[in-house]
Design a protein around this ligand. Structure first.
Ligand SMILES: [Zn+2]
Length: 150
């Protein structure tokens, strides 16, 4: 994924965290643990959790603030753009082209859908922070970052 965008998201996420000493299990607000004086600190998000990386905070912030893209609908739309909306098969008229492909060859449909997903991702129109479980529009994520950084 786009590393510049990821970096900016990390900056946003850090603003939602405080530093935390995992060895002593206490907050370390001034950059050092008040007990062991270590500066090897994790990130804590109040009400959520603690980790060495802020990746979990990025996922939470996106979930809380953005709506994931509906890849099924996007794929259907692109299929309808490529082919006509409705087709005729024999005496059947006005059949939805997506319904037709799905019922005639569901495996081919799934393959084409996953190729569509890879294509959208490699073109950076969609972006995932959980390894492809949830996708967001790159534009939405960029807008979120712009609105949440000073
Ligand atoms: Zn400590």
């Amino acid at each position: 994924m786009n590393s510049e965008l990821k970096q900016k998201l990390q900056q946003v996420a850090i603003r939602h965290c405080r530093r935390f000493c995992l060895s002593c299990y206490v907050p370390a607000v001034n950059g050092r643990c008040p007990e062991c004086h270590s500066d090897d600190l994790a990130f804590e998000r109040a009400g959520s959790g603690v980790d060495w990386s802020v990746d979990f905070v990025i996922e939470e912030l996106l979930q809380e603030n953005l709506t994931p893209v509906d890849l099924d609908s996007m794929f259907e739309e692109s299929m309808r753009d490529c082919y006509s909306d409705s087709i005729s098969i024999g005496f059947l008229k006005n059949i939805d082209v997506c319904d037709a492909i799905r019922s005639i060859d569901p495996v081919a449909w799934d393959i084409a859908r996953s190729e569509f997903e890879s294509f959208e991702e490699s073109d950076e129109r969609i972006v995932s922070f959980d390894g492809g479980g949830t996708y967001y529009s790159t534009d939405d994520v960029e807008e979120y970052v712009v609105n949440n950084l000073p």
